[in-house]
Design a protein around this ligand. Structure first.
Ligand code: BG6
Length: 499
């Protein structure tokens, strides 16, 4: 791993939650690992009236281990809507570069409300701050949400690309920065045994769950306009589908990989209004007790209207109409206030064609399952049938169980670490491309429209600590199948996850 060239990272939204909780800690870790450029600084930008010293103090007070990153932080107070202030930002950056005796690349990070995603790039460009030179890069990272629907995403792409080139725009989906998500590519494409089986001939269906035990916390204002479909499914879950379902890229390069993901998105079978009852279930968490603790319902959360119709759970059945996947259902679900925090992919292989060892002897009815655990306790589990010792031919599920942490002593880095480093190195493989973002919106748009326009489409309540509305359990085709329960023993300890 080589170090990026000299950089200044300019963070818009410098005192916000994302900066404090994710960005600065990630940069701190990169610093500790010696992976930051030799000459480097972070310039926090925002309306709040900090100077360098008070900004450093504020950030330090939020970090468990402030460390060596703190002296590299600077602050510039400005109005991010004022053209004039961008002139001031350009001067401050020149001055900082002179102080550091560097001619750095700039990475602009938009950790701001989405309403500024169009304004800031326009004003940066107006101030000459997006012009690149030989070996000097100007890149911009845009946080999610990238649009609210297909139209707004397309407009945003257009707006960004009228001031920047596509190679300068990095649209973040932090799931792609997760080590275990990248491992999915390696599992699929560095192991010859999977490829022959990875298709409609051998796979019965695929399940993807991304569950959270927490509620919306203090993000009610944002979340209520978003809901689970926009917040998690349109981006993180569909990206996972893309990586599971894509064709092998010819090379490991950002465009080769992203071209294949795009093709998956373009092959999603559109969901029509008639398909909705069978293919999309939405829910909202209601007050209940979880292990003795009273949990409030979504409508009682801060900044959430008491008649809110925002979904905090969504489950979807989708099809990929292409040669590899024709007829194989993908079931994906996500929700807040579910029993545990877990993200996993379960590939269900078809049962053996002829059942020699029948059920009534205790045999398994399901086929083999490959469980790819994205978080927590990252790893891979293969479930297969084994003979129970003794008389007869009783078959029992056994586990071939690999935990990622056993591979090496080194810890699994946070997604933002990898993503920030990649961006400084100009590698956009783990960022989403504009066309794929639009394709994903195009797919989910009809569902959003139907929900908005047809008030008779049910929004099911579900108790906090459950796996969402019961009706979602019946979604999976075939009476012997249901969602895999990723918890070992919910009754005793909902937070313990078995892989
Ligand atoms: C974010 C969503 O993109 O992902 C949040 O906005 C969600 O609502 C979060 O909690 C989940 O990310 P992770 O990495 O904790 O699974």
């Amino acid at each position: 791993m080589y170090k990026p060239a000299d950089h200044i990272i300019i963070i818009f939204g410098a005192s916000g939650d994302l900066t404090r909780r994710k960005l600065i800690p990630a940069l701190g870790e990169l610093q500790k690992l010696g992976l930051l450029p030799d000459r480097f600084a972070v310039l926090g930008v925002g309306r709040t009236n900090f100077d360098d010293t008070s900004y450093r103090e504020m950030i330090s007070s939020h970090l468990e281990e402030p460390g060596e990153i703190i002296p590299l932080l600077y602050y510039h107070s400005m109005d991010t809507k004022s053209e004039e202030d961008f002139g001031g930002l350009a001067r401050r950056l020149d001055q900082l570069s002179q102080e550091l005796k560097i001619n750095p690349s700039y990475l602009f990070y938009l950790a701001t409300p989405p309403s500024l995603y169009e304004t800031i790039p326009r004003l940066l460009s107006g101030a000459g701050l997006t012009r690149e030179g030989k070996g000097i890069f100007r890149r911009i990272i845009v946080e999610k949400p990238f649009g609210m629907d297909h139209r707004s995403a397309a407009e945003l792409n257009l707006a960004l690309l009228s001031h920047l080139e596509e190679h300068q725009v990095y649209r973040i989906d932090h799931y792609l920065g997760k080590e275990s998500v990248q491992n999915l590519l390696v599992t699929r494409f560095s192991n010859g045994i999977f490829e022959p089986l990875w298709n409609r001939n051998f796979i019965h269906h695929v399940e993807i769950t991304s569950a959270e035990s927490l509620g919306v916390g203090t993000r009610g204002g944002y979340y209520d306009n978003s809901g689970a479909l926009r917040d998690m499914l349109q981006n993180h879950l569909l990206q996972l589908v893309g990586l599971v379902a894509m064709e092998p890229p010819t090379v490991i390069s950002s465009d080769a990989i992203r071209n294949e993901v795009l093709k998956v998105f373009q092959s999603f079978r559109p969901i029509t209004i008639n398909d909705l009852p069978n293919q999309v279930i939405r829910g909202q968490y209601m007050a209940s007790h979880v292990r003795g603790e009273a949990m409030k319902g979504y409508r009682s959360e801060e900044d959430v209207p008491e008649n809110s119709r925002a979904e905090t759970f969504v489950a979807m059945k989708l099809y990929i109409d292409n040669w590899r996947w024709g007829g194989v259902p993908f079931y994906i679900r996500t929700g807040k206030r579910l029993p545990t925090k877990v993200s996993e992919i379960v590939v269900h292989f078809k049962p053996s064609p002829h059942k020699l060892f029948s059920d009534h002897e205790g045999g398994t009815v399901e086929g083999n399952r490959l469980v790819i655990r994205i978080q927590h306790d990252e790893g891979i589990l293969l479930k297969f049938g084994m003979k129970v010792q003794g008389a007869g031919f009783k078959v029992q599920d056994a586990n071939l169980d690999f935990h990622y942490k056993d591979l090496s002593d080194s810890y699994i880095p946070e997604a933002y670490q990898r993503l920030l480093l990649d961006c400084m190195q100009g590698d956009s493989t783990l960022y989403t491309r504009g066309d794929a973002v639009e394709a994903a919106w195009r797919f989910v748009d009809p569902v959003l429209t139907a929900w908005k326009e047809d008030k008779s489409i049910p929004l099911h309540g579900y108790p906090c600590g459950s796996w969402g509305p019961e009706i979602a359990d019946q979604m999976i085709e075939g009476k012997e199948y249901t969602w895999r329960c990723p918890c070992k023993n919910l009754a005793d300890d909902g937070l313990y996850c078995e892989l």
